[in-house]
Design a protein around this ligand. Sequence first.
Ligand code: ADP
Length: 478
Amino acid sequence: MLAQHPFTSKINLIRTRLTLWIIGILAIGFLLLVLITFLIAHSLLVRLTIERLQQNVTSLSDAFGQENPGTNLTLVHNQLDAFSTSKSYLQYQNLQGRPIASSKNMGKLILPLAQLKSAIQANRVIQDVPFNKSSFMMYGHVVVVKGKVQGYILSAYNITDNNAIDLLLTLQYSGIVIILTLAAISVWLLVRHIMLRPLEHLANAASQIAMTRDHSLRLHIGKRPDEINRLAQNINSMLYSLEDAYQQMQHINDLQRSFLADVSHELRTPLTIMLSSLDLMKKEQGRDPEFQANALENIHSETERMARMVTRLLMLARTDAGASFAREPLLIVDIINEACRQSSPSSRTIQLECQGFEIIEDAVVAGNADYLKQVFLILLENAYKYTLDDGKVTVIAAIQRQQVAISISDTGIGIPSDDLASLFERFYRAKNARTQPGMGLGLSIAKSIIEQHNGTIRVESILTQGSCFTISLPLLNE
Ligand code: ADP
């Protein structure tokens, strides 16, 4: 036998509880109805019986008062019989309580006159009088002939077996049992097929998604705009968000993995060059001074490269942590000159041209010299890196509307137009740049530094012809 799924057993539990609740409420309702109808019917019946009892007895005593009952006993018997029924007795007693005539159904029974005397005087009916092993309702009336009390007409009505009430109760009880059984079956089926079946489907589909861990799966949404479909829609939109978050996490994980690989590669290259230069120097033992000078130059430039990389990684970590940096008034031209000096390509035939530096000679910005120098170094190094030999890098400075604008353009490989929009994203590298070493971090660092200086950075590029990065920084009003 197949094991029952936990969701299914919970749904079964809901169904059983729902059915029991509905049946319970119905049962209480029906019982209250029966009780109220029983009470009303019972009091009506009692009233009717009392009225009939009083009417019969009064009519008989009136009739006997006109024709002296002592004169014609046969007539008295007949009249008592005529008014009695299987459940009611009638008896004519003299003043001492001796029966003169009785209805036939009484046999030799004598109704208790002594018990009834006070009720006769008050003209009322006594209920629940124990008599002849049963409970009776009794009423009596005096027979007055020519102004003189001759005797009493007594009547007793057996209230022990009230067939009408019994029948009513039996009918009602069996009706309730039948209705409750039918209601239980219909509620059970209704709840299962109409209310809980869609919920069951929903639970199964959700557990399938949980088990398969397939985040692209979605719940089926029916056509009816009911609560269950709304729930499915909500779960689906939750799944969309989860899938989105999951994909983003995966993307970040991938980026971090490749970042680690790139960082280790980038750091290992200068280290390898430095180590091999040192090895050679050791073997050479200072015999060739020119060789030594070259090797030292190599080690120096690789150390600089490593230091730059470590500085950038540090800046990235700081900007990520939201750390602010110290600012001071700076002559921007000094920073650009220093960056140009540090980044000039030593072994390649790329020409560097600077224009308009005299215009910005006195231009002062509020900022951090180290961070701004890093920005220009990033842009200049990129320009050299992505420009083929015999190309040209131009730095143009200008002042426009209280802003100092520095453009660094090159005649390099350019950037495909569909890469331009994502270029400043962290780790992003254009398709055509992958032959060159790099981590895709420089531009994102540059952008966040420039933005922290309230400036802007933008790029224009034509594939295979060159690129131009322009930085604008607000001038400090002195
Ligand atoms: P990296 O150069 O280390 O890859 P960057 O963040 O500095 O990282 O640059 C991101 C990408 O922008 C580069 O991979 C390259 O595709 C493109 N890029 C930046 N500068 C230039 C440039 N001067 N010429 C062509 N492409 C460039």
